[in-house]
Every structure is written in structure tokens, then in C-alpha cells.
Design a protein around this ligand. Structure first.
Ligand SMILES: *[C@@H]1O[C@H](CO)[C@@H](O)[C@H](O)[C@H]1NC(C)=O
Ligand SMILES: *[C@@H]1O[C@H](CO)[C@@H](O)[C@H](O)[C@H]1NC(C)=O
Ligand SMILES: *[C@@H]1O[C@H](CO)[C@@H](O)[C@H](O)[C@H]1NC(C)=O
Ligand SMILES: *[C@@H]1O[C@H](CO)[C@@H](O)[C@H](O)[C@H]1NC(C)=O
Ligand SMILES: *[C@@H]1O[C@H](CO)[C@@H](O)[C@H](O)[C@H]1NC(C)=O
Length: 943
């Protein structure tokens, strides 16, 4: 919305640089002056925005005024970006000249005319700048008009200077409601579970359809989830399936979701239905169709008939919906459960839980009750409002919420949204922008934290981590939205338990769509392949297309000129029409992943504002146009699973803002262009193939200048890789979390050792995978990895296992496919020999943090040596005091487990396809008693 956009723009204006390296001084001065004037006017307008924002919900004229203001602001953002892009371009040219001066004449690279937007030469640059200066002048005039017009509306001014723009902070503790504890739906839950399990009446023996009807935010899905995950229910049904249906009702997608792994790739309804039929045939199933909207009986019958015929007696279908018509259409009102509002007491307990996680509930007792009354029995509203109040500690703040104008809105739609409005207005501008951007995704989309943050950055709503003083970072925004209950259904990283993914409640989604009604549009292209997409409104800035059929993407609407985001879902486009692309001049994010694109038009190089391109999962894409290298603002390029992509454009070294490049599973991409090594901004390069034979191929030494973070996979191909090249990479300077090294090229043992030794990793590395290494000794830097927590080593031919036991923080160790290993001796634990522990002082702990130990496919491994003389009484050493899981798979000749294992707290022991172990420890055998006495979960299975 406008206030958010304008704060972000003001921030941007404050940090604009005008500085060219050379030339055009006078013009620069003019521009600077004009921008300052613009900024001044905008600041005055900003003071009335809060009032305007609230009034536009009911006053159409105010809305139009705000829309114009927004339009001018967006244009200003773009003009400044053009200016800035031209400065970037000058930097690239300079860099290019300097590089070229170093190269012998016969090897000079040609410098591409990437974009028609930029012509070459001094004169054309003058023209461009003059053009930008004129645009800024013009925008200044327009803004002045808007400024004058504001008088008409007599907005209330916010006192400037008193209230600082609120800086968002990282929430202290996000509190979550355990809905099963204070849900207040015990009655309904019991009824539902009885209906699911019951077979009291004749009718209930067959397939039963149970609609759960209630308005959004009432807790239909939560109720269903509780029943779905009930232990009795779980064991009662052979198959349970949960399908998010939403709108439109897509029979094929639903049938495929029901079939699960059995789903065919075909999109023929008949075939898909047949597979579905077979996947559940004769089984007692529970199917949940969550959030159904359609009351089209024909569509429903197509799906229902095979379901009725295939399932066993006692099968159940639960349908959640906001519309009573759906239950009527399904002729299932007899078993309907109608969810009404919760009582105020229950709402209050949800509210209190969110608001006072660690404070005294009595504090604002009376006001709480007043506020909760306004939730009208909606648990979602109670939850959202509770989180809103969590941080308000003054009685004045509480009263202010109670007095807020939003409560006076009357339209039904908005009544549900009222509590959300309150939470929304409480957010800082940048966070508002970020929340609203979520409206570009379909319902039930699973947001990934890091991806979402990149998308926010592409729109300049937030800035990157390294830049903290200049604005709000994406992580802060994400955590705030979590704390305010705008997100839910969290997915957590098991290692660090930070939230990595989430969904949005469908009412919250409706709410953000309501707020962005004209700006964000999700458009479905259902029906015939030739039908044109309908004409867009002229305010649309973020467009999401679904179900676009095979063929080129083209929309014949001049209104695409303002698009800043274009995304497709469930589509199969093959290319984009060049004329269409040329309209998308403001585009910043283009997500065409998961289509059937073969080629992209060169014209994409004209989209100079572009920040984020996602072409992942386009299995037919063979190359990218060179013009992409002229997108100097591009910061993310995702190409995962473009398995036919053979080559990246050589000039990618010109993408000086590129921060994230993803090329995992690009099978045919044999090398990366060497000049990627110049991209000092690059932080993410998921997979890096090093050592191709040509001069233009990226070598491992080219990693040196990159400031990589996070995770990196180095694939060593070709024999061009030698020790000195590896040393050039200076990996000891790179603070990665995870590194995977893959030897794709058969090397003899001594060169493998040399190469691995030359890697010398940074001591902060926490996770390391090594594949295909066949050196006989372990890398000499291993002991220096003091923080290593996860180590995976596989598919080499080592003869000895490395002395890993001294790695203090190691939690998980996986060893795969080592043919050479016959014996695992005490050296593995980190002891020199059987007796060395005796003279040890101070006391020693081996594998002090190890939780999981896995061996896979060690076909010649016969002996695992323990420490014979060690008993627990000799307290000088302790071995694996944290071990909880041990897996031994496909180690057929290993004879016995070492004794020390039985003194660890081992919880789970898996022995699969390990013949000799199975014989020795099988149930009924004497040795079984030994292992089963201390280990609760044991699985032994032969292949
Ligand atoms: C690049 O642009 C200049 C000026 O417009 C033109 O003279 C030149 O031929 C172009 N080069 C290429 C390779 O298109
Ligand atoms: C709540 O307020 C406290 C201090 O007043 C602050 O530290 C914290 O970050 C705030 N949390 C949110 C979600 O704003
Ligand atoms: C929620 O509460 C129920 C009932 O008290 C309990 O069984 C369940 O473990 C709790 N869940 C979580 C995540 O705390
Ligand atoms: C791009 O679109 C696909 C759907 O086609 C979606 O799954 C993916 O998450 C989107 N990527 C980003 C970065 O938004
Ligand atoms: C957590 O650790 C496991 C084990 O090493 C690893 O496979 C996984 O990728 C890690 N997860 C994340 C999100 O880093």
C-alpha cells in the first residue's frame, strides 16, 4: 500500500548516488536538485498517509488519489533505477577495458551490445541522461499536483518528529498456540471422530461424505487436522490422503494427489481417474478435501463415482468448505458438521495465550474481554489479535486498539478482516510491503524463507544482510510476520530449529489479496489453448498466471507495461513472445520455472530492472541468450534441473550484481564460464564444476575472488586440476557452512591425496561430504575442523578409515561404499593402539557428540575392533557417550559388533542386508539377549 511504498522510496531516495566516473557534471547537479525537491514534497505527503490509508477503505476518491500517488512513486523508483543502472554499466565497461588491456590482442573478447537500451558512445550516454533528467522533472510536476490536491480531503496530519518511523525488531519469543489444548472444539472433534470410525448404522458402513462448513478463520482445517492425526483414526484407515483443493476445482490435480506415487504423467482425465481407482481399490481410505469452493455437480460426480466404487467399506471423505452450497451440491447435509463461532471464554483463552505468554493475564483483564468480544467467535481473529497485543505493555496502547476506527467498518467481508487490519497497521512499512507481496502466490503455497526473502529484495522492500544499517533485512521481516501469526504451519531446520518454511492461513491470504486487489492478480487460463488471456486492469503490477497451455506466452494488453513480477504455476509454455517481452520494461522478477521452455528471446536483455530470474525445471532449455549478461541488476539466477542446458553465456562476468546462481542438476552443463570468477558479489553458487579442458572453462582456482557463503559443491572434472590450481582457490578463507567435494574424474591415489590436502578448509566448516575420493590417507587438515558436525564420505576405495573420533563436535557420520575396508581398528576411534588409552591423562572422550553412525555398503568389511581391555571402570576414556542410532546396511561379511557399543545409550540399531550379523544376533540366538538387553529398537532384516 501507498504508505509502505513511499517509506521505501524515501529510503531509496536518501541513498541515491549520482556519481558518474566521468562527464555530465551540470546535468548531474540538475538531477540532484530535482530529486531533492521531489523528496521534500513526498515527505510532506507522507505525514497524511496514515489517515489516507485508513480512509481509502471506505472513500473512493481517497483511493484514487492514493493510486495516483503510488503510480508516480513507482515511476520515480524506476527512473532512479535507470540512472543507477547506467552507472553500473559504466563500471562494467571500465572493468572490461582494464581486463582487455591485460589480454594479448588475439585473445581479446568482443564486448557485446547487450541491450538496445544502451547504445554506445559518449553522445548516446548524454542523451540517455538527459532523457532521465526530463523524466524526473516531469514526475516532480506530477507530484506537486498531487500535493496540491490533498487539501481537498482534509487529512489528519501525523505529528512529524514525535513518532519515529517504527523500526521492526526481532521478536523475543514467538509463541504458538497448541490448538489441541485450548481449541474449545472437543464436542465437534468427538462427533467427527465418531463419524470417521463409526459403523453403528447401516448407512455408515458404506462410504460416507462428511462436510465441515464454516466461515474462514473458524478452525475447519484445524479441527480436521486434529481428527486426521488422531491415533485411533490413523490406525483405522489403510490409506489417509490430504488434498488442498481450493479454487479452481481441478479434477486431474486432485486425482493425481490421491494416487500419490501411482499418479501417471498423463493429463487425460480418464487415465488419471483409472490410476486413482487402482491406487485405492479395496482399501479403507480417509480422504480430506480441504477448502472446496466449487458447486459444479458435474465436476464433482466425475471424481466421486470412482471413489465410491473403489474404496472398501468404512471409507470416509471429509470436505471442508466455506459454502453451504457445496454441502448441498454433494447431497451430504445429513452428516454435515457446522462450525459456529467459539464462545468468548475460549476466544479469551486463545487471546491470553498469545498476548501474555509470560506475563500476568490479569494485567489488562477488562480491556482483553472487550477486545475479544470483537473477534465474534473467530479463533483466528483471537490468535492474531493476541499476537498483536503481545508487545503492548502500556494501558494507553491497549485502549488505542480498542478505539481504532477499523472496528467501525461494516461490510461483512471486512468484518472478518477487522482484527487483521489492526495487526496490519501495526507493522512497519517495509514489513507491510513484504506481507502484501505474498498475495502473488496461490493459496496453500509453501513459502521458503530464503526464497521469499530474495523475492522481497528483488522489489527493494528489504536489503541484504551485509547492509544492516541501511534498512530492514529479510530475516527480521520474516520473523516478525511469524510472531504476528501471519504465517503458520512451520517447517523447521532439524539442525538449528530455525523456521525455514511456512504457509499462510487462507483467511490471511484472502486479506492480503483484498488489500492488493488491483495490484496483484492471479489469473487462471482454463480452457482452450487458443483463447487469449483477458485484458488486465491498468494497476496490475504483479501477475501470476496459472494453467497456461503449451505454446508461446503472449498477452496482448498494453497494461503489462507496469508489471514488476510475472510468475507462472502449473503451466507448460514453450517460450515468450518477443513483442510481449518488450512490453515488460519494469519487470524485476520473472519466474518461469517448471514450464517447457526451449529458448528465451534475446529481447530479455532489454528488461534492465530485472533482479530475479527463475528458469528451474525447464528440462528442454538448451541455452540462454547472451543478452542476459546485460542485466546488470540481476541478483538471482535459478537454473536448477535444466538438464539439457549445455552452456552459460561467456560474458556472465559482467553481471556485477549477481549474488545467487543455482545450477544444481544441470547434467549437461560440463563447465561454467571462467569469468564467473570475477563476480565478487556472488554469495551462492550451489554446484561448481571445475577443471574443464578449454581456456574458457572455470577452474577451481577461479573460486578465489568469490565471497561464497552457505553451501557449495565442488565437482572436480578433467585432469586439468592440479595441486597448485587447488591452492589458488584459497578455500581456507571461505566461511562456508557446508562443502561437498566430488571427484568425478578417476585419479590415482597419490594425486587424490595431494588435491584433497591442498583444499585446506576453513575451521568453521560444519558439514562436509567427500565423494569418489580414493586416496589412501586422510586429508591432513581434518583435525583442524574443530566445528565439524556432519561428515559423509562415500564411494572411494580407501583401505583404512580415518581417525575421526577426536572431532569434538561430530554429530552424524555416514560412510558409504568403501570396497577396500576389511577392518575398522581402534585407529578409527582416535587411539594409536589397543593399550594407548591406559597412559592417557587427562581422561579422553572419543566421539563425544556423535549421535548417528551409519555404514552403507562395505562389502569386504569383516572386523570391527573394540577396545578389549577397556571396561567402564577404567574411566580414562569414554566412547560415543551420545550415540543413539547405528545403521549397518549391506555389510555382509562383518562378523560382530564391538563391545563398547553396548555401553553407549544406543536407542536404535538397524542391520539390513548384513548376513553374518543377522545370523549372529537373530532372535532366539544367545547373542540376541546381549543386544536386546540394552537397545530398545532393533531391526534385523536380510535382503
Ligand atoms: C554495437 O553498437 C554499435 C553502435 O550502435 C554498432 O556500431 C556496433 O556494430 C554494434 N556491435 C554489435 C556487435 O552489434
Ligand atoms: C517487543 O518489545 C520488546 C521491548 O519493548 C522488543 O525487544 C521486542 O523486539 C519487541 N517484539 C516485537 C515483535 O516487536
Ligand atoms: C498439545 O497438547 C496436547 C494435549 O495436551 C498434547 O498431547 C500435545 O503433545 C501438545 N503438542 C505440542 C506440540 O506441544
Ligand atoms: C517459481 O514458481 C514455481 C511454480 O511454477 C514455484 O514452485 C517456485 O517456488 C517459484 N520460485 C520462487 C523463487 O518463487
Ligand atoms: C541438517 O543436517 C543433515 C545431516 O547432515 C543434512 O543432511 C541437512 O541438509 C541439514 N539441513 C540443513 C537445512 O542444513
Amino acid at each position: 500500500m501507498a504508505d509502505a511504498l513511499i517509506s521505501v522510496l524515501l529510503e531509496r531516495l536518501a541513498s541515491t548516488t549520482y556519481e558518474y566516473i566521468e562527464g555530465g557534471v551540470k546535468l548531474v547537479l540538475n538531477v540532484k536538485e530535482d530529486v531533492e525537491k521531489f523528496t521534500g514534497t513526498l515527505r510532506v505527503i507522507q505525514a497524511v498517509l496514515e489517515d489516507a490509508e485508513q480512509r481509502q477503505v471506505t472513500e473512493q476518491a481517497v483511493k484514487i488519489w492514493l493510486d495516483e500517488l503510488k503510480d508516480v512513486s513507482y515511476q520515480m523508483v524506476d527512473v532512479l533505477d535507470e540512472w543507477n543502472t547506467d552507472i553500473l554499466k559504466q563500471q562494467v565497461e571500465k572493468q572490461e577495458r582494464e581486463q582487455n588491456a591485460l589480454v594479448p590482442p588475439n585473445k581479446k573478447v568482443r564486448f557485446f551490445n547487450f541491450s538496445r537500451f544502451f547504445s554506445f558512445g559518449k553522445d548516446s550516454r548524454e542523451i540517455l541522461r538527459r532523457d532521465i533528467a526530463l523524466k524526473i522533472k516531469d514526475l516532480n510536476d506530477k507530484l506537486t499536483e498531487i500535493y496540491k490536491e490533498r487539501k481537498k480531503y482534509q487529512f489528519l496530519r501525523k505529528e512529524l518528529g514525535i513518532q519515529q518511523p517504527q523500526q521492526p525488531q526481532r521478536p523475543q519469543t514467538a509463541s504458538y498456540v497448541n490448538m489441541s489444548e485450548i481449541f474449545g472444539r472437543e464436542k465437534e472433534q468427538n462427533i467427527l471422530i465418531r463419524k470417521l470410525l463409526g459403523d453403528s448404522s447401516e448407512e455408515e458402513k458404506g462410504l460416507l461424505l462428511i462436510p465441515i462448513v464454516g466461515m474462514g478463520g473458524m478452525g475447519k482445517t484445524t479441527l480436521t487436522q486434529l481428527a486426521y492425526n488422531d491415533d485411533q483414526v490413523k490406525s483405522h484407515f489403510e490409506i489417509r490422503k490430504w488434498v488442498c483443493v481450493s479454487d479452481p476445482f481441478d479434477e486431474i490435480k486432485i486425482a493425481k494427489a490421491i494416487s500419490g506415487d501411482y499418479a501417471p504423467s498423463s493429463n487425460e482425465l480418464d487415465e488419471v481417474l483409472q490410476y486413482m481407482f487402482r491406487s485405492i481399490q479395496g482399501k479403507r481410505f480417509l480422504l480430506v478435501l480441504d477448502d472446496v469452493w466449487t458447486d459444479d455437480r458435474e465436476k464433482w460426480e466425475k471424481l466421486k463415482v470412482p471413489l465410491m466404487q473403489s474404496g472398501a467399506e468404512g471409507s470416509r471423505i471429509v470436505v471442508t468448505t466455506r459454502k453451504l452450497e457445496v454441502a448441498n451440491m454433494m447431497r451430504a447435509t445429513r452428516n454435515m458438521i457446522n462450525l459456529g463461532g467459539l464462545s468468548d471464554e475460549y476466544c479469551l483463552s486463545i487471546f491470553n495465550h498469545m498476548a501474555f505468554s509470560d506475563r500476568d493475564v490479569q494485567e489488562f483483564g477488562d480491556i482483553s474481554k472487550e477486545i475479544v468480544k470483537k473477534c465474534k467467535g473467530l479463533p483466528l481473529a483471537a490468535k492474531t489479535l493476541g499476537s498483536l497485543m503481545h508487545n503492548k505493555t502500556k494501558i494507553g496502547e491497549w485502549k488505542e486498539v480498542l478505539r481504532s476506527k477499523i472496528w467501525d467498518l461494516e461490510r461483512i467481508e471486512q468484518e472478518v478482516f477487522q482484527p487483521l487490519f489492526l495487526s496490519y497497521y501495526d507493522l512497519s512499512p517495509a514489513i507491510k510491503c513484504c506481507l502484501l507481496y505474498c498475495a502473488t502466490f496461490p493459496k496453500y503455497y509453501e513459502f521458503k524463507r530464503d526464497d521469499l526473502i530474495k523475492l522481497w529484495m528483488a522489489q527493494d522492500y528489504v536489503i541484504s544482510k551485509g547492509n544492516k544499517e541501511k534498512g530492514t533485512t529479510g530475516d527480521v521481516v520474516f520473523d516478525n510476520l511469524v510472531a504476528r501469526s501471519f504465517f503458520q504451519d512451520f517447517e523447521k531446520d532439524p539442525n538449528t530449529s530455525t523456521i525455514t518454511g511456512c504457509k499462510m492461513h487462507d483467511i490471511v491470504h484472502d486479506f492480503v489479496q483484498f488489500l492488493t486487489k488491483n495490484e496483484c492478480l492471479i489469473m487462471d487460463h482454463v480452457g482452450g489453448a487458443t483463447r487469449e488471456l483477458k485484458v488486465l486492469g491498468d494497476k496490475v503490477r504483479h501477475l501470476t498466471l496459472r494453467y497456461v497451455p503449451q505454446g508461446p506466452l503472449a498477452i496482448s494488453s498494453y497494461n503489462c507495461k507496469k508489471l514488476r513480477t510475472l510468475t507462472t504455476f502449473d503451466s507448460t509454455i514453450t517460450t515468450i513472445d518477443p513483442n510481449f517481452i518488450l512490453q515488460l520494461k519494469c519487470l524485476r522478477t520473472l519466474n518461469l520455472s517448471d514450464n517447457s521452455i526451449k529458448e528465451l528471446p534475446e529481447e530479455i536483455g532489454e528488461l534492465i530492472h530485472m533482479r530475479h530470474i527463475d528458469l528451474s525445471f525447464n528440462f528442454d532449455l538448451e541455452k540462454l541468450p547472451d543478452t542476459i549478461c546485460g542485466l546488470y541488476n540481476l541478483s538471482t539466477l535459478r537454473l536448477r534441473f535444466c538438464s539439457r542446458l549445455k552452456k552459460l553465456p561467456e560474458n556472465m562476468g559482467n553481471l556485477i550484481n549477481l549474488k545467487h546462481l543455482y545450477v544444481e542438476y544441470c547434467r549437461d552443463l560440463w563447465s561454467l564460464p571462467r569469468r564467473i570468477g570475477r563476480l565478487t558479489s556472488l554469495q551462492t553458487l550451489d554446484v561448481c564444476r571445475c577443471g574443464g579442458n578449454s581456456d574458457e572453462a572455470f577452474q577451481i582456482g577461479d573460486l578465489r575472488k568469490l565471497n561464497l557463503e552457505g553451501s557449495l559443491e565442488i565437482q572436480l572434472v578433467g585432469d586439468a586440476t592440479d595441486k597448485s590450481e587447488v591452492e589458488k582457490a584459497q578455500l581456507w578463507d571461505k566461511k562456508l557452512f557446508h562443502l561437498r567435494v566430488v571427484f568425478e574424474w578417476q585419479m590415482n591415489s597419490s594425486s587424490s591425496v595431494e588435491i584433497l590436502n591442498a583444499l585446506r578448509l576453513h575451521p568453521d566448516l560444519e558439514s562436509l561430504d567427500i565423494w569418489g575420493y580414493n586416496g589412501a590417507t586422510w586429508p591432513n587438515w581434518m583435525q583442524s575442523l574443530h566445528n565439524l558436525r556432519f561428515l559423509f564420505v562415500g564411494w572411494g576405495s580407501q583401505y583404512e578409515l580415518w581417525p575421526i573420533g577426536k572431532l569434538e563436535y561430530l554429530e552424524i557420520l555416514n560412510l558409504y561404499g568403501m570396497n577396500g575396508v576389511r577392518k575398522v581398528g581402534v585407529e578409527f576411534l582416535g587411539l594409536e593402539d589397543q593399550t594407548s588409552f591406559r597412559i592417557r591423562s587427562p581422561p579422553l572422550t572419543l566421539f563425544p557428540k556423535l549421535k548417528q553412525l551409519h555404514f552403507y555398503d562395505l562389502p569386504n568389511w569383516e572386523e570391527w575392533e573394540g577396545v578389549e581391555e577397556w571396561t567402564k571402570g577404567d574411566s580414562e576414556i569414554t566412547i560415543m557417550p551420545c550415540l543413539s542410532e547405528l545403521t549397518i546396511i549391506d555389510c555382509p561379511v562383518l562378523k560382530a559388533l564391538p563391545n563398547f557399543l553396548f555401553r553407549t545409550p544406543l536407542q536404535t540399531l538397524d542391520m539390513l542386508g548384513s548376513r553374518k550379523l543377522s545370523e549372529r544376533y537373530q532372535e532366539g540366538n544367545g547373542e540376541w539377549a546381549k543386544i536386546s538387553a540394552t537397545i530398545p529398537n532393533i531391526r534385523i532384516k536380510r535382503r
